[in-house]
Design a protein around this ligand. Sequence first.
Ligand code: NAP
Length: 466
Amino acid sequence: MINSFIFNIFGGTGDLAKKKLLPALYNLYKKDMLPENFKVISIGRRNYTKNQYVNFLMEDTKFSSRDKQLDDFLEKITYYEMNFDDSSKYKDLDVLNKKLGEEIKGDNRVFYFATPPSYFEVISNNLSMYYKNNQKNHQRVLIEKPFGSDLKSAEYFNEQLEKAFDKNDIYRIDHYLGKEMIQNILTMRFTNQLFRNNWSKDSIDNIKIAISENIGVEERINYYDSVGALRDMVQNHLLQILSFLTLERPFEITTESLKKEKLNILKNLKTFTPDSIRSDVVFGQYDGYPVKSETETYVALKTEILTDKWKGVPIYLMTGKHMSEKKAEVLITFKKDTSKDCFFNNDNVENNLLAFKIQPTEGVYLRINSKVPGNNDVSTVSLDYCQTCNTNYSSPEAYEKLLFDCLNRDKTLFASWEEIKYSWTFIDSITKSCESRRKALLKYPRGVEDIKESTKLIGGGKWFLD
Ligand SMILES: NC(=O)c1ccc[n+]([C@@H]2O[C@H](COP(=O)([O-])OP(=O)(O)OC[C@H]3O[C@@H](n4cnc5c(N)ncnc54)[C@H](OP(=O)(O)O)[C@@H]3O)[C@@H](O)[C@H]2O)c1
């Protein structure tokens, strides 16, 4: 385990820092998963004293009960006031890091870019001047989404980043990968013989990955309106989940081999043509969207993976705001056993279903066919495991896992540049096509379960189990 570090958060007064990053660090601290020697520098432009900053953090319920342990944690935080555009402040920040480094007898520095993306470049350019003076392998740079807004801008930003920092020190965050049930996809696939030989087009009929939210864009409107659901959710979270679901089992499971296999999936995703945009993409916008614009708050699409193993298996992705519930789920439908056998009454045989329930509850669901007691009829029964229903258990927050892994230089759950590159190639095939601009943006009422056209796209039925 890392023996000391200084955690710099650019955007220390932001929503992410307050609600996710600092609570995640605190949880790791409480669980004894951090070394004793660490410091946090929260960087913001507000004119806060340390006390004012602590009061600001305490507004959040995750920090609501003050005790000795929390006081000790808060003691480790320094608030540093600066405007990201002010180059002179980076030198003082470096001095502060050195001073704290002497206190903790170490020089591992982590820099988290929890800022609007428009500042990513200016921060990395300024930081690079001090970064180069430091020892290799002692720094880490964590970048939040969005990583660009299309392939071109992502390439440009990546070039800047890789000019400024060593490739090995760059960690591109996709917080969905820190979620328990996403990690469980690989565990389930690779530890159950039951699935191993049934994980291909021979046995799987279709795959659905859906993430719905029951709120709208709220105060993120300025950012969201220039992005939309496809770039905000599909380019990163949904495609990352898809690659975990479908990657080939490497001969030996290592970070590098998994990344290679993930990349192979993203490279082989079927991109869109004007025809397939017309038939296989649905865009929607909820009623009462705060500004007049063509930005989609809902997208559903159908694609496939053009490898021998997966070709022909429809893959459906959906995400939307202001829908009936906040939910994220992966639903795998296996092919139906259509063999006729007089011994069983096969009329009621159904497809096997396997679901990974990601949120709000976490669990795994499996539907199988079974004998009806007392006769030879068949009906479905389900094995439904709910991990979060056990009141003694609460899953670690996604950011806990990711921060811990980054501190310990484990990149398995971080997106590589190549993965991001192919994800944008896929998204650009939709957004750069004139057909997308011609396509109707369907208005939907708030609180809907689904949009009619999208239900049609998946051939009827539902995106979620229930
Ligand atoms: N919030 C989430 O749960 C979440 C989830 C996934 C990804 N992200 C990504 O994480 C990043 C941060 O999100 P957020 O929700 O925390 O945004 P946010 O609430 O708007 O916070 C942005 C932070 O940057 C600071 N800032 C902005 N301009 C500055 C400047 N010129 N100089 C100094 N400080 C400046 C803000 O200071 P003020 O407080 O003074 O404005 C604030 O601390 C974004 O890229 C977002 O896409 C966020």
